[in-house]
Every structure is written in C-alpha cells, then in structure tokens.
Design a protein around this ligand. Structure first.
Ligand code: GLU
Length: 366
C-alpha cells in the first residue's frame, strides 16, 4: 500500500486505456475543504510518487489561500514533444473519460506542465464545464495562459524582497524554465526594474551578467523554441543556475531542481518557488539556516489555482488579476512574519496555517 498520514491521500487511481495507450494517475489528497483541485501534467517521467507530492502541495495551497477546494493532482505519462496534436488530443480525451466518475464531484482539473486551454476544452467537452478550470474564454473560462501564476509569483517576490530589505530595482534574477510560469514571472519582474541575467529551458541556460532583454528573450523562445538561441549570452547547463551570483532565483519548471549538492554554491538571498516541489523541505531548512529566504511553492505559486477559483465562481480576468495580487501579497507577508516571529522556516509557518484550516473543517464535518 502507498503510505498515508493524517491528511491523505484519500484516493489514488491508476488509469490505463489500452485503445489509446493513455496511462496516468490521479491522486485525491484531501477533500476537507471542498473537491480536490489540481492540474494535470503530461511528462514522460511522471509517476505516482511525484503526483502524490504534488497533490499534497495542492492541499496546502488551496487551504493557505483560503479557497473552497481540497488538494489533488494528476499525471499523464507521455512525451508531448514526440507526438502530434491529434494524438495528444486523443490521449487527453481518453484521460477525461477515465476520470468521469470522480469529476467534478471529487476532482476539478486544470492545466499543469504541457497542458493548456485547448486541452481543458476537451476535458470540459467530456465531463462538463464545472469539471475543469483554465478553460478558453469563449467557454467562460479564464485561461492560465493569461499569466496568473507568474503574476502571483511576482507579487510574492515583491513582498518577500521588501521584507528582507532587497530593492527589486536592479536586483539580479535567474529564472528556471521559460514556460507559462517563468515567462510571466520574468516579464513582471523586469517591468518592476529587476535585471534578468539568466533563463533556462529543457535545452539549457542562457546567461549574461549584463542582462537579458525580456522582450527579445520571449521572442527568441517563441520563434526558435528555446531561450538558448538568445544572443549575446553564454550557453550553460541548467544545473549551473543555482550557483550563479544573483540576488533572486525563481525555479519555474521541474521538481527537485535545487538539491543539497547546490547548498554551498548558492549566493542568492531570495528563492521564490514558482514551480511545485523544486526542492525538499529539508533543503529549504538548510538554506534558512544560511540566512537565505525561500518562499515555498504553495505560498508563491497560488496564482494559478486562485485564477481557477475566480473562474469557478464566474468572475472575470480583471477580477482574477486583482484577487491574485491581493491574496499573494497578503499571504506571503503573513507567512514571512509568522516565520520570523516563531523562528521557523517559511514552509513550517505556512504549513501550520494551512493545517489549522483543514483541521477546523475536518472537525466540523463529523
Ligand atoms: N497547475 C496549477 C498549480 O499547480 C493550477 C492548479 C489548479 O488550478 O487547479 O497550482
């Protein structure tokens, strides 16, 4: 049996459709606050363990940000870059059919890695509009491609930087991953006067201490499919990013990007986790002992699921941007203040808050 603790997971469902080859997993971690909420990621390496960890991150995330959802997540094992759009659509449809008995009652899906509004349209077509968020606007949705997560990461970074006495103007920034989260985090940080010096994607990292022009970099990524084609700059392996001489690092792609091997090389003063589980809680604690502030994933990257909540309750994109800004600013500050007061890591402080709300709800439901 898979391991459980006082919170979950409540359900782990392995999915396979021999007709399409779709193989996946859904983890409903905890539903004390509402139906399990979480995105679907499609990668060739995703498995039960990763999805369990991600579903737990969602349990804390929805609770901390005061949303009426529990935590869940799902994964589809496939390499989206190695398949046609038609095949991808077929697999997504097959996945939607496989979860139709639990969605939307126990699981409300959303985009995550390699999933976007068009895939959400397919899921809504199978399980109904209430079964999924991040849908296209013509379906009454608020696509995550509007940049909600990056917008939230930016506000979290802004508040955290101020808290540690770091001015965003001129602060040097490195961003791991230039997808939907990294791209928008970079945009908003640059607009606030920060200096982007490094960015990476699955092809490697581009680094220039003189600064990368955000517009040009986004254009390079769009046209050439990789940030490493940007000129001028030095192409380096992505795993060199944690050791760069920068003020702020924003991990915004893969799990376990920063490991204990990076500990003695990290020079950044602030790490804002745009991606989910970019390092372990133990690693965050080691960084905290060194005086490095880490804003944990479920605090910093709530923008996506907050946007999902606004969509779920019939709100507009304008309201979404306002609510993401308010919640991310307020909750980041609350977490950092509490961590300072209790002399614990920001993750420990945030978990105390998230757990308290879930336990209150669990007690009253029995
Ligand atoms: N994929 C996003 C996240 O990990 C959004 C999830 C959602 O809206 O359910 O937070």
């Amino acid at each position: 049996m898979e391991s459980v603790d006082g919170f979950g997971p409540e359900k782990i469902i392995q999915l396979y459709d021999p007709l399409t080859g779709m193989q996946g997993v859904v983890v409903i971690d905890n539903t004390a606050l509402g139906p399990g909420k979480g995105g679907i990621r499609m990668t060739s390496t995703v498995g039960i363990n990763e999805v369990k960890r991600l579903a737990r991150a969602m349990t804390w995330k929805t609770s901390l940000h005061g949303l009426p959802f529990g935590g869940a997540k799902s994964g589809i094992v496939a390499n989206p870059k190695a398949m046609s759009q038609k095949k991808k659509a077929q697999i997504v449809k097959s996945f939607a059919k496989a979860i139709s008995t639990i969605s939307p009652s126990e699981y409300v899906a959303a985009p995550d890695i390699s999933m976007a509004e068009e895939e959400m349209r397919i899921i809504a077509g199978v399980n109904g509009k209430k079964s999924v968020t991040g849908k296209p606007s013509d379906m009454g949705g608020i696509p995550h491609e509007l940049g909600s997560t990056g917008w939230g990461v930016f506000h979290s970074a802004r508040v955290a930087a101020r808290r540690i006495g770091l001015s965003l103007k001129g602060a040097t920034v490195a961003i791991e991953g230039f997808g939907n989260v990294g791209l928008f985090a970079a945009k908003f940080l640059c607009e606030a006067g920060a200096k982007l010096v490094a960015a990476s994607d699955s092809h490697g990292m581009i680094y220039s201490p003189k600064g990368l022009d955000y517009e040009k970099l986004a254009e390079t990524k769009r046209k050439e499919r990789t940030v490493t084609r940007y000129k001028p700059g030095r192409i380096m392996p992505s795993d060199a990013m944690p050791g760069l001489d920068v003020d702020i690092i924003v991990p915004a792609a893969v799990p376990d990007f920063i490991t204990v091997r990076d500990l003695k090389h990290i020079k950044a003063k602030l790490i804002v986790e745009g991606s989910n589980i970019p390092m372990t809680a133990a690693m965050e604690r080691l960084l905290w002992k060194k005086g490095i502030t880490v804003v944990p994933d479920f605090v910093a990257n709530g923008g996506g699921v907050i946007s999902s909540y606004v969509e779920y309750t019939g709100g507009t994109p304008k309201q979404m941007f306002k609510i993401v800004r308010e919640k991310e600013s307020k909750n980041t500050l609350k977490v950092l203040k509490s961590a300072e007061k209790e002399n614990i890591t920001p993750r420990e402080a945030a978990m105390d808050m998230a757990k308290a709300r879930i336990l209150r709800a669990s007690r009253t439901s029995y």
